[in-house]
Ligand binder design. Sequence first.
Ligand code: GLU
Length: 435
Amino acid sequence: MKQRNLRTDRSPAVNLNLNVRGMRPSATVAINEHSNALIAQGREVFKLGLGQSPFPVPDAVTKELQVNAFQKDYLPVKGLLVLRQAVADYHRRTQGTPFSADDVLIGPGSKELMFLLQLVYYGDLVIPAPAWVSYAPQARIIGRQVRFMSTRREDQWKLMPAQLEALCAPDPERPRIVILNYPSNPTGGTYSSAELKELAAVARKYRVILLSDEIYGELHHKGQHVSLARFYPEGTIVSAGLSKWCGAGGWRLGTFAFPHTLGWLRDAMAAVASETFTSTSAPIQYAAVRAFQGGLDIERYLVHSRRILKHLGRWCAKTLGEAGVQVAKPEGGFYLFPDFEPLRARLEARGIHSGAQLCLQMLDEVGVAMLPGEDFGRPAEELTARLAYVDFDGAKALFASTQVPLEEPLPDTFLDAQCYNCTEAIRRVASWLGE
Ligand code: GLU
């Protein structure tokens, strides 16, 4: 009798877990690979798609990695104790939040830690939209309910306390994780202390777990980031890492800091981690200690990084604004979330009716890669997009910034000299819109 082979006698897709059927690679990863493929074919592409820091890892941290290349043993699943202590000290030093080493969990990128959190916690995932591309897909993979809270451009795309109240009030006991990410990916906006206090009050009332994704905190353009954990210490998990402020996305190191009361969540995540990735790369953890310990050299690096990003972000927003696009002045990180709605008639005449069509045509005709608002949880027909103003040589730009005294503004020529791919990309978009 002929053997039945379940793997080959049906379409292979049938054997996929229902939650991942039809899933495609994450939009941020896909746009980067697509842009690189176009460049390999000889096309000119301005890479404003993937949000990768343009700056090099600070020298002292790279040196520490070199020195620790020999570290070959598996490390404790929750992370190297000296690193957990350095992360706790960092939070205490920068925000006054009283975490101890015991409260910290180290992982191979905060993305993985977010996934683990959703896996071990049984509750809905609540996300303001627009939000970073991977929060919702992670929840779907695990089979959690996702509740989007649509924010408004008039509110600078921020979550309003009344929205959170309206979501929680009808079912007050329901377990929920609310993710707040600021400075924001994708909008570049951030929350003031007063706004955070109001959100914290609602979160406390309904005992929601707030995952405060503060991975861009150190890139607040004025260096004035405020952590939500200051106002809701008992319910806030602070997510951070090396990827953005330390230029080390590819090193894959993320950190979670838990309130004492949520130690059971940290331990459950560590148990799953022990069955999956075992521990985070040893040399990277040793090097990360130096990054979180900080010091004058790192502070100097951050001051210049922020200065460049602030100058460039404002210029990009202003130039797009002059071309008729609605876009807020960024306050942190390296993203803008332009809304092309005021130009809808003109774009529709070119066959563009959605953010996705807009981004496709922009890549095709102008060579500028961006991602549509739809990837960030916005309606498909909305003409929004996210751009990452990171396509420049950060090492060269940092050096040039150190040559200009901090009391003086960066000269007008700075951006074209140091961040040409970004300024040229924005100019081309602006002139394409005007055609
Ligand atoms: N966070 C970055 C972005 O939004 C890239 C890394 C990622 O998505 O995994 O573009």
